[in-house]
Design a protein around this ligand. Structure first.
Ligand code: FE
Ligand code: CA
Length: 511
């Protein structure tokens, strides 16, 4: 049998909901039907934040997902099971969790005590219904000599601007983990004339954000990608508000309610992501930066470049340089995250050190009429800290630093240099959006001048898709996968370009 047939059957099985029959296990002592006639697992399942001994599994009970969830305002018990095999015969662990109305009846179970570096399957059930089956994978033991890691990264999935076709293809890539670099939702109200339509107004309240996540999570392609493997998520701006900066709206525009809004957005994010329970601190503060280690092969430093940053200098757009760009007090990471990152890279013994994060590190000059212009919402607007980051990479040439970036809705491969013509100290792979921006072109005309002005840019493309990376001790390979269109469903996916970075040699080489 062709492997695509196996994939397809597995894919269909993952998506199939079934109602428990007479032989199904029941929750001991659970009282009555909580969800009426509608099954509660409308938002799918997810695994996340893998460790050598386990991962988080997630679901949320929402029989009426687009209208607040539809659960009665009381806690509900949810049963979970974890299996060693795809046929669900061998139960490894099971338990019950409480889905609380204060967290929108979301369930986050930290499964521990598992074997390293292997697949597991899981599902949830209530008295009346059983969820889709999801697949999770533990990381290798921290000291293991790992010969290969296959992972993917993606970002920016504006629901209105396209079908999640790329996620359907991503679900079949057979990667061990997917990094999502943010813009998981967009906060904007519905707009006419788009491929799909947001429900509800611009998001401000907890209920607004919850309903928006629910609308996105009802998408079967998104559910399939979550069910396929663990995700490690981080956010960008649109999970809260466009280009917000730390405690303020973009450009520091004052809004007394902003921190309340940020708190609501952060809570809804937690409620819909496979993050560790206990992560949510309540209020507008939550530590999302964190590390993952895949044996001796790779360390991942997952960054949050929104929550702690200072306000963008001289506008958040692409503009002429200004003094604010060089402000030594400006920060993208905030002091605690910066210390953790720089110290972590300095001490790392991993072959590859990979930074999944949001905005572009390469300082791309979009010259106009002979005048330099830079994008202030990117690292270019925070030049002092950007130089610190590049110095950190330069001090550890053996660390093989790789930056993974989202946000731009276009694909870039950049050699990272402290100055435009200095030595390359690291490599940046910017992934395009999954849908945001709608159907894009391969190489739109106006970008040609930009590429000529910025010779450290090795590749540019404006189609929708994601990036798959294959890592071995010898090299890291990145394949840019793109879909033909997102304005119609069912488009095929193809590899637009492939690059490798060799161990000990920063900079990408086109295959
Ligand atoms: Fe985006
Ligand atoms: Ca963004």
């Amino acid at each position: 049998m062709r492997s695509s047939d196996v994939d397809r059957r597995r894919f269909l099985r993952m998506l199939s909901f079934s109602t428990l029959g007479l032989t199904a296990p029941r929750l001991a002592g659970a009282a009555g039907r909580l969800t009426g006639d509608r099954q509660p697992f409308t938002l799918g399942v997810a695994a996340g934040d893998p460790a050598p001994d386990g991962f988080v599994i997630w679901t949320r009970l929402a029989p009426d997902p687009l209208n607040g969830g539809g659960m009665p305002p009381v806690p509900a018990r949810v049963r979970w099971e974890l299996f060693a095999d795809e046929t669900l015969r061998q139960v490894v662990k099971r338990g019950t969790a409480i889905a609380s109305p204060t967290l929108a009846h979301a369930v986050h179970v930290e499964v521990t005590g598992l074997a390293p570096d292997r697949w597991y399957w899981y599902r949830f059930s209530t008295d009346d219904a059983v969820s889709a089956v999801g697949r999770g994978r533990t990381l290798p033991h921290a000291d293991a000599a790992v010969s290969r890691l296959r992972f993917a990264f993606a970002s920016c999935q504006h629901y209105e601007q396209g079908y999640f076709t790329a996620l359907r293809h991503l679900a079949r890539e057979d990667v061990a983990v997917i990094f999502h670099l943010g813009d998981y939702i967009y906060e904007s109200p519905a707009r006419d004339g788009r491929t799909r339509r947001h429900l509800g107004p611009e998001l401000f309240t907890l209920d607004d954000y919850r309903n928006r996540y629910a609308q996105y999570k009802c998408d079967p392609d998104l559910q399939a990608a979550h069910a396929a493997c663990p995700w490690v998520v981080t956010w960008d701006d649109h999970e809260v508000s466009d280009n917000y900066a730390g405690p303020t709206l973009r450009l520091g525009r004052s809004d007394e309610g902003f921190l309340r809004r940020r708190a609501a957005a952060y809570q809804a994010y937690y409620e819909h992501m496979p993050l560790r329970p206990g992560w949510l601190t309540h209020g507008p503060v939550a530590q999302l930066f964190r590390g993952f280690r895949c044996g001796a092969l790779a360390s991942f430093f997952v960054l949050d470049t929104r929550q702690y940053r200072t306000v963008q200098p001289c506008g958040d757009n692409t503009t002429w340089p200004c003094d604010g760009m060089l402000d030594p007090g400006a920060t993208m990471l905030g002091p605690a995250q910066a210390a953790w990152l720089f110290d972590g890279v300095r001490r790392s013994s991993s072959r590859w050190n990979i930074l999944p994060q949001q905005v572009m590190v390469a300082k791309v000059n979009r010259r106009q009429n002979g005048r330099d212009r830079f994008t202030m919402d990117h690292w270019a607007g925070y030049e002092t800290e950007r130089q610190r980051l590049l110095a950190c990479f330069a001090a550890r040439p053996d660390a093989n630093a790789i930056v993974l970036t989202g946000d731009l809705h276009s694909s870039w491969v950049n050699d990272l240099r402290a100055t435009a013509d200095g030595p390359t100290v690291a490599t940046e792979f910017v992934g395009t959006s999954l849908t945001s921006g709608g159907d894009g072109q391969d190489l739109p005309k106006p970008i040609e001048a930009v590429l000529a002005d910025n010779p450290f840019v090795r590749f540019y493309n404006e189609q929708r898709g994601y990036v798959v990376c294959d890592v071995s001790p010898r090299q890291l390979r990145a394949d840019y996968r793109v879909v033909e269109t997102v304005s119609r469903p069912d488009a095929p996916c193809l590899t637009r370009a492939g690059f490798i970075v060799e161990d000990g040699r920063p900079g990408a080489q086109r295959l």
